[in-house]
Design a protein around this ligand. Structure first.
Ligand code: UD1
Ligand code: CA
Length: 463
């Protein structure tokens, strides 16, 4: 399909979304509706795409940057119908283009295989001008109906609003996905007239022109649920669930265990033999590698989880890396730029930010580790705080290899704890600690024999 371009219509507002944002920018599985359509078209082999933008056009255009020069935009400043929208894209069409796929930006469930079948049908019947997908639905309300002639060929499409009672009884509908000969397209669109209830230029009217000329081929698709258009937020929800189910199914086929309602977004990757528990959400560019285990309720955004790592329940992490066989959680919070090394441990109620734990380092309970570097095998005790912020600037805490930080210590950055050094429990460290030294900074304990009973007597008398 090297000479096939897609034209994707995305200029409408989508009134029923009741949104300030263009309908096609509403997301499913972490990706705008429109992008799912483009991904399917590219997976089907189109070489490039022209997206027709209008309402909220600047934002739609901006969202398309990730596709690079494979996607261009054309502007339809006034929404005068789908036929008018296509005509706005025609000047951007290269003269070398053979066939054009005309698609809508609001059908995110469309599969590459159906678009391939559509394009092939037109390629194989050289005399035809156009091919279109059709499907049967239990409730065709709102859709354009497929009208066929006595011999069963497609004759025309009638929009719901323009249809007679008899035509409305037809359950074969137009999902609005077409393959069109480029040479036929321009003249056909030029002949459209707004001679209908809505006073619009309907792209659907080119089907009657094709049928009367070279021929219009109907490609029936038996999976109507993948061709549905999204018009409101209830349909958006249903489509998103379907996409998550489809993704989970594909991952299971590839050797991943996914339990319950785990959600793997479109850009996330999970390698074989990883296990993803119920309630997990994998967002952005997250990658979970071979044999890693992500337990219940973890939410990972742009996180790289290495082989065999274990994320215990309710770990929240973003823009971070977890090394091979590391253990995180339950209830850990890895904020951006956390790098947890091989076999390192980060336990419950530990928050990290811009901090590296080298191989085998541990911070198992209740800590804030911000702007730090923790050496191989070092141990950070419960309640340790890296005091990294003076209200103006952030400062770094360095803990060298094999050092031990006693519980409830505060390390006032910038500060370095030397290799093998020992910080006694409850110490506020304000000066660097040399290698193998003990730092202790707390008042000495005094025990007053028998004093507790005296105190109790005094308090009781005062009551
Ligand atoms: C369209 C079809 C209908 C089909 C249905 C399938 C027409 C006339 N009707 O109807 O036969 O059953 O899709 O979902 O084509 N758009 C523009 N500019 C415009 C108008 C629309 O870019 O001036 C875009 C919209 O943003 C949307 C797509 O075209 O992505 C479809 O428009 P919409 O108004 O939803 O068409 P339907 O009435 O659903
Ligand atoms: Ca629609």
């Amino acid at each position: 399909m090297a000479d096939t371009t897609a034209i994707v219509l995305a200029a409408g507002q989508g009134t029923r979304m009741k949104s300030k944002r263009a309908k096609v920018l509403h997301e499913l599985c972490g990706r705008p509706m429109l992008h799912h359509v483009l991904e399917a078209a590219f997976a089907a082999g189109v070489s490039d795409a022209i997206v027709v933008v209008g309402f909220d056009g600047d934002n739609v255009r901006r969202s398309l940057e990730r596709f690079g020069d494979r996607v261009r935009t054309a502007v339809q400043s006034e929404q005068r119908g789908t036929g008018h929208a296509v005509s706005c894209a025609l000047p951007a069409l290269a003269s070398s283009v053979g066939d054009v796929l005309v698609l809508c930006g609001d059908t995110p469930l469309v599969r590459a295989v159906d678009l391939e079948n559509l394009a092939r049908a037109l390629r194989e019947q050289t005399s035809a001008s156009l091919a279109l997908l059709t499907c049967e639905v239990p409730d065709p309300t709102g859709y354009g109906r497929i009208l066929r002639d006595a011999s069963g060929g497609v004759r025309a499409i009638r929009e719901h609003k323009d249809a007679s009672t008899e035509e409305r009884a037809v359950r074969e509908i137009n999902p609005a996905m077409y393959a069109v000969r480029a040479a036929f397209m321009g003249p056909a669109v030029g002949k459209l007239s707004p001679n209908n209830v809505q006073g619009e230029l309907y792209f659907t009217d080119v089907v009657a022109q094709a049928a009367a000329g070279g021929g219009a081929i109907a490609v029936n698709c038996d999976s109507a649920s993948t061709l549905v258009g999204i018009n409101d937020r209830a349909q958006l929800d249903a489509a998103e669930r379907a996409l998550y189910r489809r993704r989970a199914h594909e991952l299971r086929q590839s050797g991943v265990t996914i339990r319950g309602d785990a959600r793997v977004d479109a850009g996330a990757v999970v390698e074989p033999d990883a296990e993803i528990e119920a309630g997990v959400v994998l967002r952005g560019t997250t990658i979970v590698r071979q044999g890693a285990f992500i337990d219940v309720g973890c939410v990972l955004t742009d996180v790289d989880v290495a082989e065999g790592a274990v994320l215990k329940p309710y770990t929240i992490a973003s823009q971070s890396k977890v090394g091979p066989r590391a253990q995180i959680g339950p209830f850990s919070h890895l904020r951006p730029d956390s790098h947890i090394g091989e076999e390192a441990h980060v336990g419950n109620f530990v928050e990290t930010k811009k901090t590296t734990l080298h191989k085998g380092a541990k911070a198992n309970h209740l800590a804030y580790l911000g702007d730090g570097e923790i050496g191989e095998g070092a141990n950070v005790g419960a309640g340790t705080i890296f005091c990294n912020y003076d209200g103006f600037k952030k400062h770094k805490t360095t803990i060298k290899k094999g050092a031990f930080i006693g519980s409830d210590s505060q390390l006032v950055a910038p500060v370095t704890i030397g290799e093998g050094a020992y910080v006694a429990t409850g110490t506020t460290v304000t000066k660097d600690v040399p290698d193998n030294a003990l730092a202790i900074a707390r008042t000495r304990q005094e025990n007053k024999e028998g004093y507790a009973s005296k105190l109790r007597a005094r308090f009781k008398a005062a009551k």
